[in-house]
Write a protein that binds this ligand. Structure first.
Ligand SMILES: Nc1ncnc2c1ncn2[C@@H]1O[C@H](COP(=O)(O)OP(=O)(O)OP(=O)(O)O)[C@@H](O)[C@H]1O
Ligand SMILES: [Mg+2]
Length: 159
């Protein structure tokens, strides 16, 4: 199909009313770089990379930054790295802290200050058909996601 990596960009452009009804549109991608992910990277202004604080984390993240660079050059010059979000963070596990330090050392202020903890409420929420913010707004997981939203808004004001 012609322009196969621009189908989503075209669909969004074709419906200004849709686009104007939202302040933000989040495109949740599969972990692999298939045609769907590519469509999202071409349509997006920026990429938010959730990163599990585990041993192979840095390996995956260097791949995604390379991918972003390639998409920028070839298809979407405006694409930016919004930030890297450390998630599934486990305070009881030294490895989490080490990986977090590593990632911050490498990506500096591209890493959100907010960290999403490993939290059972987050994994329970989908089975109730709810986002964690409605399932248990007071849980550490929900509060962390709210803090992330606030941090993103603060960063945007600064930029
Ligand atoms: N911070 C967390 N604490 C505990 N469990 C979590 C947390 N974040 C996600 N989970 C659980 O881990 C599983 C995978 O999460 P999620 O679907 O967000 O990952 P994903 O990388 O988007 O997966 P996929 O590639 O399938 O889309 C889910 O069961 C989810 O409930
Ligand atoms: Mg997913």
């Amino acid at each position: 199909m012609e322009d196969r990596e621009r189908r989503l960009t075209q669909a969004l452009a074709a419906d200004p009313a849709l686009r104007d009804s939202f302040d933000y549109i989040l495109l949740d991608c599969p972990p692999s770089l298939g045609l769907l992910t590519l469509n999202a990277l071409v349509a997006a202004h920026s990429v938010l990379v959730p990163l599990q604080t585990e041993f192979f984390a840095l390996e995956g993240v260097s791949q995604i930054t390379q991918t972003i660079e390639r998409v920028k050059r070839a298809l979407n010059p405006g694409l930016a790295l919004e930030g890297i979000l450390l998630t599934m963070y486990d305070r009881r596990n030294n490895l989490s802290e080490l990986v977090a330090q590593d990632v911050r050392g490498f990506f500096k202020d591209k890493v959100f200050e907010t960290v999403i903890p490993r939290n059972i409420r987050i994994s329970e929420a989908p089975s109730h058909g709810l986002p964690v913010s409605l399932y248990d707004a007071r849980s550490p997981g929900a509060q962390a996601y709210a803090a992330l939203g606030a941090e993103m808004l603060r960063r945007e004001k600064r930029a």
